[in-house]
Design a protein around this ligand. Structure first.
Ligand code: EPU
Length: 302
């Protein structure tokens, strides 16, 4: 979708918004899949309510993009524009055991920066790609930990109230890959309370998680991490593997040979290829195990 209203375009600089025409979402997502649309980059949080009012009053639909690492975007010209936070400098400020982090901060960099300052707890997230905002919205977790455990406060744009609000950690529920945020809430910043730990000890934990991840996940390939959630008490990866589906493909969309719940873009896969493969695997798991797999990856395909 293209923004062509000159009045709207001329209002953007004052709101701290940069317009990038015709951005390819395939370049902004870890799967390397997705069509084109106009991208609005937000340089100051305060401009968000006015920007979204402006988009609404001009009939321009929008979606919020984080780091694009858990996302499958449709092909071709997309029917909405994309709004994304620009990363400020600094993006992490420490104060005792509190880390005040901008939602646009890179998750891995944030974990490392805190570690260097003797703040731990987040070792399991070290190889997870994406932004802190995306990790927060999905309650990202690995190796027995989840980010929600450490959340003290969240600053967010509440689409329903059309304003920026601050929520305490105990006002938010964090479950397995799910939070109580509304789908159109936009994460802006988070304050984490992290346990003190010597850097050397944290580094050891980080090395162990890195090693586990390297040996079980296709890290060098284009993917969006696990495609399906694990059903209660079961592993989606193991079920898909047991059906002998590793390496099966639709065009360049392929079930990873390394981890069966990772679907990779082995070249120039389209969203259509990936969706077809996901549908086929889901159907085979349903037929053999009687289990309906739920998506873990977010779909922007309609
Ligand atoms: N397994 C297989 N074959 C496979 C993959 C896994 O037999 O192809 C078996 C493993 O041997 C293991 C079991 O299935 O016994 C579980 O596998 P793994 O330890 O790799 O964990 P997972 O349940 O598949 C979850 C998260 C990952 C996270 C890891 C590590 C989900 C959907 N996945 O994977 O998160 O990195 O644990 O904590 O919750 C993601 O969210 O995108 C993601 C990759």
């Amino acid at each position: 979708m293209r923004i062509d209203n000159p009045k709207l375009i001329s209002a953007l600089p004052d709101l701290g918004i940069e317009l990038r025409n015709g951005s390819a979402l395939s370049e902004l997502t870890s799967l390397g899949i997705g069509g084109t649309t106009d991208l609005l980059r937000i340089k100051k949080h305060e401009g968000i309510p006015d920007l979204l009012n402006l988009l609404d009053s001009n009939g321009v639909p929008h979606r919020f993009l984080g780091g694009g690492s858990n996302l499958l975007v449709g092909d071709g010209e997309l029917p909405w524009v994309v709004v994304q936070l620009a990363r400020p400098e600094p993006d992490v400020v420490l104060e005792g055991n509190l880390a005040r982090v901008d939602a646009a901060a890179d998750l891995g960099r944030m974990v490392t920066y805190c570690a260097k300052n003797d703040l731990g707890g987040m070792e399991g997230l070290i190889g997870v790609p994406g932004t802190v905002g995306g990790a927060l919205r999905m309650n990202a977790g690995a190796y027995g930990m989840q980010i929600g455990t450490y959340v003290r406060e969240v600053k967010l744009y509440r689409a329903a109230a059309r304003k920026i609000e601050i929520l305490r950690g105990d006002q938010i529920s964090f479950e397995y890959r799910h939070t109580s945020f509304a789908p159109d809430d936009m994460m802006l910043a988070v304050t984490l309370e992290l346990p003190s730990k010597p850097f050397k000890e944290i580094l050891q934990g980080i090395r162990i998680c890195n090693e586990k991840r390297r040996s079980s996940q296709p890290l060098g390939q284009k993917s969006a991490g696990c495609i399906f959630k694990n059903p209660p008490g079961a592993s989606a990866g193991r079920m898909i593997d047991e059906l002998g589906l590793k390496g099966s493909n639709v065009g360049d969309a392929r079930v990873s040979d390394r981890h069966a719940n990772f679907f990779v873009n082995a070249g120039t896969a389209s969203a259509k290829d990936m969706l077809t493969l996901i549908g086929q695997v889901r159907e085979k798991v349903r037929a053999s195990f009687g289990v309906e797999l739920e998506n873990e990856v977010v779909f922007w395909t309609v």
